[in-house]
Design a protein around this ligand. Structure first.
Ligand code: HEC
Length: 407
């Protein structure tokens, strides 16, 4: 029962997480675009706000922005915060569900560092919390006055954290943690900075006082940091389904390239929407990042090197031998006979260049390690082998199930 519950939980959480994330990032893109599209009007001159006309869904919209605030507070004020909070909450649950609850499967890699699930959790959650504290201190420090300096310091910090996670977690676990660290900064910006400041402005208005313009400025700044984070974060979240992106010893460089490439694309759009020209060169930089990342993946991941016919890099081939696992001979025969032609370091099945999803099933240790996945994919469901190309029999599936569920 447990694997099935786990599978459903994972599906529902991921669904909710993606939907919430779309709502949040959609709103973030929309408001960045809106800000850039505002034009001064006679009663809202530059510096006091502006107005934009938009057409959508069968009607015309006249949207106005007041800086710092309108003269009076309307009865109906719509807040935009739950998109962000629900994205973070569902993301945190998904992280716990997948990476902390099943730490030995997804987060801990004994060939990187032997950790207990508890220490792995403490390092992961602690690292994410530290990320926010460090970022917030940088923004509040004198460095915070220069966008460029904040950008550079935060960039170096995130890449350093990527290197750190890479030294303690499985490659996949490391990538998701750097994504979670950045996404936590984004939500904390909303929860701890932007919304509280907005409340202060609202409170001042209600008290009939003139709100301090600094609150609006800080909010806008943090909100634009969030905007530059979006594309790299989405890349990092998706990348854990694509082993070729993270199974390189230079995974932290891939993170750096994703940060630069993702942020520069936002620069292009923000400039263009603000009517400050088309900074086409941004796409050149993004493209260069992509080419570099692909070249790095191809030349430094086992999958890429196999595809190019290059010898394995020294030190990257299956490092520290895992403890010998007692997998019954019958099970080994089934997996060897029905799965490992595809799920091997060098697959022999035609058309399969590298182990699908990075899942190796060619040694007893690997089988033991991937037991829950084998159970789900080949015994409880018939997802594997795909189309039953290797003609696994019902009796063989039953043998896999008996082994994987035995206590
Ligand atoms: C013909 C090649 C082939 C064979 C044989 C094969 N697989 Fe796969 N396997 C794949 C491919 C391709 C994928 C990736 C599917 C995808 O991307 O959705 C995959 C994915 C998987 C996954 C990851 C699923 C996920 O979504 O995370 C597991 C686990 C797996 N296979 C187990 C097995 C087991 C167990 C067997 C033997 C009973 C087996 N496979 C046989 C090709 C194969």
């Amino acid at each position: 029962m447990e694997p099935i519950l786990h599978e459903f939980g994972s599906l529902l959480l991921r669904w909710a997480h993606i939907v919430a994330g779309m709502a949040w990032i959609g709103a973030s893109f929309y408001f960045m675009h809106l800000d850039a599209a505002l034009r001064p009007t006679p009663d809202l001159p530059a510096g006091k706000g502006g107005e934009a006309w938009e057409v959508h869904g069968g009607g015309f919209y006249q949207v106005r922005k007041y800086l710092v605030a309108p003269a009076f507070l309307p009865d109906h004020l719509m807040w935009h915060k739950w998109e962000s909070y629900t994205t973070w909450i569902t993301g945190a649950l998904l992280l716990v569900w997948t990476y902390y609850y099943q730490a030995t499967l997804y987060l801990i890699d004994p060939s990187v560092l032997s950790l207990t699930p508890l220490t792995a959790f403490l390092i992961g959650a602690g690292g994410i919390a530290f990320g926010w504290i460090f970022y917030d201190l940088v923004c509040r420090s004198p460095l915070g006055r220069s966008d460029l300096k904040v950008g550079l310091v935060v960039f170096v910090f995130v890449v350093a954290m990527a290197l750190f996670f890479q030294k303690v977690f499985s490659p996949r676990g490391a990538f998701i943690h750097i994504g979670a660290l950045m996404a936590t900064i984004m939500t904390a910006n909303v929860f701890l900075i932007i919304i509280p400041n907005q409340r202060k402005v609202v409170a001042a208005l209600k008290a009939g006082e003139a709100p301090d313009p600094k609150y609006g400025k800080i909010g806008k700044l943090r909100s634009s940091h969030n905007n530059y984070f979006t594309l790299p974060v989405i890349f990092l979240m998706m990348s854990n389904h694509y082993p070729i992106t993270y199974s390189t010893p230079y995974a932290f460089v891939i993170v750096a390239l994703a940060l630069i490439g993702g942020a520069i694309i936002r620069v292009f759009y923000n400039k263009r929407h603000a009517g400050q020209g088309n900074w086409w060169w941004c796409w050149g930089v993004a493209f260069a990042c992509l080419v570099l990342a692909v070249a790095l993946c191809l030349t430094t991941t086992p999958a890429g090197r196999t595809a190019l016919g290059l010898p394995a890099l020294v030190g990257t081939a299956e490092a520290a031998p895992a403890p010998a696992a007692a997998v019954p001979g019958e099970v080994q025969d089934v997996v060897m006979g029905r799965c490992s032609m595809c799920h091997a370091a060098e697959p022999v099945y035609e058309g399969i260049a590298t182990a699908p999803r990075g899942i190796l099933l060619d040694t007893p240790e690997a089988m033991e390690r991937n037991k829950p996945l084998i159970l789900m994919q080949a015994a409880l469901t018939h997802a594997m082998p795909p189309g039953n190309v290797t003609e696994i029999t019902p009796a063989e599936r039953a043998a896999l199930k008996a082994w994987a569920t035995a206590r």
